[in-house]
Design a protein around this ligand. Structure first.
Ligand code: ATP
Ligand code: MG
Length: 752
């Protein structure tokens, strides 16, 4: 019989309902933020299932993130009552691509057990290729080649099809050959990179028409969210699949296209009507998400872009506050102001989950994270690690920790070969083995082992150099300003250079984060004081609670919505980002403006934009100019929050807040300032660990003898049999029968 009257259709407006019920034939929903595009997609799937037009396994639905896919599944379940069994083809392009590829791996010269390379492995592989080809990596960095290959893959270009001129973008015309060699190597290793997930799908579909036909028949309905951010490869993939059965529905908004830098093409929207003749286009104009003022501000901003398809948006919700705008003295005050606003919302009973801070660049998060930890406000970082969990921050902290305390094994191990200094796994293993055998810290074992010939000459030299550096840095702790010392350590260890040599946008971000770390250290008097703080902060991050403030970049906020949204850092050079200002042409700037627009349109009820007058972006103070986007906001929708003269007032309020919220974790209110004046009590590790540095050294090297004596016959894993000639503490000089006279460590030999 006919399914029961579908209640899920009831709340929809006529255009939305049209979009849900037009099931057959190509359909494009082109509509602004918050108009219900995602809701239409979800309802459409429910409708298809409810009418029995297709089974869950016959619907292909593409979302932009895995999280969005999970949420969509949940909603569909609640719309049609009961959990949806399956929906195996609801996911991101990558997730769906890898699933198809695994089923047909052999057809594209892979084994079904293939793995997906992460970016680090990809770079390592490219470096090997460059070395084999004698290409100077200083001039032509592997990252650059990775970017180029990625851009080809995003456009669906195989090695054979690389346009002639583009090969010259790398290694004096070697781009294409290297791309081909790289693909060959991937196959030998039975791995794929991210770009391959779709590229290999395309190849599969082109080379095996019967496989393509199988999927064309399987997918009776196809749906794509965030269509404006698909790249050419994704577009080609969709078009191939929809050839038989063009029941394809794409929803998108050209004003929210923010991944142009990663190869997304808004033109895919324009091409849709050409490629799918007879496509129906539905526009949704009512925004259900935001209040009138928020929508008015967002629309006024985006109106300054030239390249737009254009659309009208209105909301019935004319209540609510204007968008707040507040200037702050610096980034710290910005974090303080926003922190206080959030506490006020919290006191009024608002959930933290409904509050988001959307930053343009990830380094901005540090000030907020610090402030929240200080206030005891729970937060989560979406789409990336929290500041102190970032690789570069952990590495830098590891260097500082070992400088302070050479017996911190975990930290030493982390950076012993970062940057690469020719210490292979076997060398590190040998140091470990010795440390375990003698019960001493790794640095101490390293100190012993380099005086012997256990390691290769190269490894020995490198390890001795590192230990020597740590000794030297440790010697400077009292005489040098701690921030200068930290900078010196990162420079001399080659750590900074490692990221400088990687000419990628991520490397820029990492260098910015390192500068931010050192800038923040300046607030403490000593290295030990700073490290104590770091330990406390890192410990606290393990705590889990449900209700948390959301902290993320504008890029990862796509498709989400929150009651309250804070948009900090609207300054020239940050938002819009400097890179877009350096570019010629308007396209970079327009993408930045779309980012601002995405940010504002995430808010349901409250939005606040802030900017700092002073920001230390690159180590030095710079006075910042408010973003041009602020000038572009229509005045009717904006409320300027008066400058409260934060200097004195802020300071006294700061103490009050501290008193109320100091959780007992810190001894005194205003702990940061108190800490600056406190005498150095040593790092927490030092206090916690029973073994002091000096104690360990004494116990390790002199208190125990080796227990070996001259003339004893011994066996050594690497050098074979020999007889001990000299005993010097734990070091033995042995005359080996084959290897000759060598200095070795006693724990590596056995009596024979
Ligand atoms: P974005 O472009 O930001 O992804 P969107 O167009 O996908 O936005 P949705 O997220 O689907 O918009 O919807 C925005 C909000 O409006 C959601 O909270 C949704 O539940 C609500 N909404 C959409 N349509 C209706 C409706 N007809 N009645 C009530 N609420 C609606
Ligand atoms: Mg959406």
């Amino acid at each position: 019989g006919r399914p029961a009257a579908a209640s899920y259709l009831e709340g929809l407006n006529p255009e939305q309902r049209d979009a849900v019920e037009t099931l057959d034939g190509p359909l494009l929903v082109l509509a602004g933020a918050g108009t219900g595009k995602t809701r239409v997609l979800t309802t459409r799937i429910s409708h298809i299932l409810n009418l029995g037009k297709a089974r869950p396994g016959e619907i292909l639905a593409v979302t932009f993130t895995n999280k969005a896919a999970r949420e969509m599944k949940g909603r569909i379940g609640s719309m049609i009552g009961g959990a949806v069994e399956g929906m195996p083809w609801l996911g991101t392009f990558h997730a769906i691509g890898v699933k198809i590829l695994r089923r047909h791996a052999e057809a594209v010269d892979l084994k079904p057990s293939f793995t997906v390379l992460d970016v680090d492995d990809q770079i390592r592989l490219l470096k090997q290729l460059l070395a084999a080809e004698n290409i100077d990596e200083k001039r032509w960095p592997a990252r650059m080649l990775a970017g180029l290959i990625d851009s080809w893959k995003n456009r669906g270009i195989t090695p054979k099809r690389v346009p002639e001129g583009e090969s010259f973008a790398f290694g004096n015309g070697k781009g294409q050959a290297l791309y081909a060699a790289y693909q060959k190597r991937l196959k030998e290793l039975n791995v794929v990179d991210f770009g391959d997930l779709l590229m290999e799908n395309l190849r599969l579909f082109q080379e095996q028409p019967d496989v393509l036909a199988q999927y064309q028949q399987r997918f009776r309905y196809m749906l794509v969210d965030e269509y404006q951010d698909t790249n050419v490869a994704q577009y080609l993939w969709l078009r191939l699949l929809a050839q038989e059965n063009p029941n394809i529905c794409c929803v998108g908004d050209d004003d929210q296209s923010i991944y142009g830098w990663r190869g997304a093409e808004v033109d895919n929207i324009l091409r849709f009507e050409q490629d799918f003749p007879g496509a129906k286009v539905i526009r949704l104009e009512r925004n259900y998400r935001s209040t009138g003022h928020i929508l008015g501000a967002a629309s006024g901003l985006i109106a300054h872009n030239e390249g737009r398809l254009g659309k009208t948006l209105h909301t019935e919700d004319q209540s609510g506050d204007k968008v707040a705008l507040q200037g702050c003295w610096d980034d710290e005050e910005e974090a303080r102001v926003i922190g206080e606003d959030i506490e006020q919302l919290q006191r009024k009973g608002h959930a933290l989950n409904e509050i988001a801070i959307l930053v343009r660049a990830s380094f901005q998060m540090r000030a907020f994270e610090e402030r929240f930890l200080n206030l005891g406000l729970p937060y989560r970082v979406i789409g990336g690690p929290r500041f102190y969990e970032r690789q570069e921050i952990r590495d830098a902290i590891a260097y500082l920790a070992v400088t302070l305390n050479p017996s911190n094994d975990i930290k030493f191990e982390r950076i012993v070969n970062v940057p690469r200094r020719g210490l292979g796994d076997s060398s590190v293993k040998a140091v470990h083995q010795l440390a375990r055998a003698r019960g001493v810290p790794l640095t101490q074992a390293a100190r012993m082992i380099v005086e012997t010939e256990e390691l290769t000459a190269r490894a020995r030299k490198s390890l001795a150099g590192l230990i020597g550096s740590f000794d030297r840095w440790r010697g400077m702790i009292d005489s040098m300003k701690h921030t200068d010392l930290a900078e010196l350590i990162l420079d001399e260890s080659g750590y900074t250079a490692m990221w400088q040599n990687e000419k990628s946008p991520q490397a820029h971000t990492r260098l910015d984060n390192l500068k931010e770390l050192i800038r923040f250290m300046d607030e403490f008097d000593t290295l030990a004081g700073f490290m104590e703080h770091v330990t406390l902060v890192m410990d606290r991050e393990a705590e889990e609670t449900e209700d948390r403030v959301n902290l993320m970049t504008l890029h990862s906020a796509k498709g989400l919505e929150f009651d309250s949204v804070f948009l900090p850092g609207w300054e020239e050079g940050l938002c819009p980002h400097q890179r877009s200002l350096d570019e010629s042409g308007r396209s970079g700037l327009e993408e930045e403006r779309r980012l601002g627009h995405v940010g504002l349109t995430r808010a349901r009820v409250r939005a606040k934009i802030t900017f700092a007058q002073n920001r230390r972006t690159h180590g030095t103070w710079q006075s910042a100019i408010p973003s041009r986007f602020i000038d572009e906001l229509p005045v009717d929708h904006v409320d300027v929050v008066e400058d409260t003269g934060y200097g004195g007032y802020g300071a006294s309020r700061f103490d009050t807040v501290e008193t109320v919220f100091a959780s007992g974790f810190y001894e005194t209110p205003g702990w940061q300032r108190a800490q600056r004046n406190r005498p150095d009590t040593g790092s927490p590790q030092r206090r916690r660990e029973p073994l002091t540095i000096e104690g360990t050294l004494v116990a390790a090297s002199t208190a125990e003898g080796s227990g070996f004596s001259t003339g004893t016959r011994v066996f050594h894993q690497k050098f074979g049999y020999g007889r001990i000639a000299v005993v010097d503490g734990n070091k033995l000089t042995v005359d080996f029968e084959k290897a000759g006279r060598k200095k070795v460590v006693d724990s590596f030999v056995e009596r024979s």
